[in-house]
Design a protein around this ligand. Structure first.
Ligand code: MN
Length: 225
């Protein structure tokens, strides 16, 4: 194939125990997948099922990076999330076969320009610029395996624990998320799904380091310059 300029290589993530990397295709995100977080954002979790939004693959930040404070915001927020890495594509995947499509799992941070999100919500406009901005998807190394991680997810900012929840309190478990998302779009190998954040989201300040920890996984760490 001849291109008018060289195509960009895909962003990629380290895979635990392997030298080969996971090539990133798309990043899907679940909104409101923990009841307490839905309530803190002013919604009734019993009446509103989770929904999806996306970030470009280019938004990936590899764990350990230092990033500039993003432009056009004064309210950058952290959101600790379990990330599912898809290894086998499929559409209309059944819940009981959904985990067959998983390559592995990682810790992640769905960085959000909360002020732009609030303005978009008020104007009934899309969230893209609130959620899908440059360097908005922090993801740790992928741990291969299909069994869903269990235990505590935690977000630590400047040494203080700001979010802490058990992964079992997700409204929609991983298999349900994969099955439902695959009814909307065909999933492909290389896709990531950020599965939503528990309660306790808040602002990140310049100079702070934010660590997302999930039991059994490598942390997702980012420092704001
Ligand atoms: Mn999120």
């Amino acid at each position: 194939m001849d291109y008018v300029f060289p195509p960009t290589a895909p962003p990629s993530l380290a895979v635990l125990g392997q030298s080969a990397r996971f090539p990133l295709r798309r990043i899907f995100c679940v909104g409101r997948n923990y009841a307490e977080h839905a309530r803190e954002m002013g919604h009734d979790p019993d009446r509103e099922p989770p929904f999806f939004f996306t970030k470009p693959a280019d938004a990936l930040v590899v764990s350990g990076a230092t990033i500039p404070y993003p432009p056009q915001t004064e309210d950058l927020h952290f959101e600790a999330e379990l990330v599912v890495a898809i290894g086998k594509g499929g559409a209309d995947i059944a819940v009981d076969r959904a985990l067959d499509h998983v390559f592995g799992y990682a810790a992640g941070n769905d960085l959000t320009r909360r002020d732009l999100q609030a303005a978009a919500k008020a104007a009934r406009r899309p969230w893209d610029m609130a959620k899908g901005f440059d360097r908005s998807a922090v993801v740790g190394a992928i741990h291969p395996g299909q069994a869903v991680p269990q235990g505590v997810i935690r977000c630590i900012v400047a040494g203080a624990t700001r979010q802490e929840a058990d992964l079992s309190t997700m409204i929609w478990p991983v298999a349900d998320v994969i099955a439902y998302l695959s009814s909307l779009v065909r999933l492909e190998a290389g896709d990531l799904i950020m599965t939503g954040t528990p309660a306790g989201v808040g602002a990140l300040q310049r100079g702070e380091t934010c660590v997302v920890e999930i039991e059994g996984l490598s942390p997702a760490t980012v420092t704001i310059a």
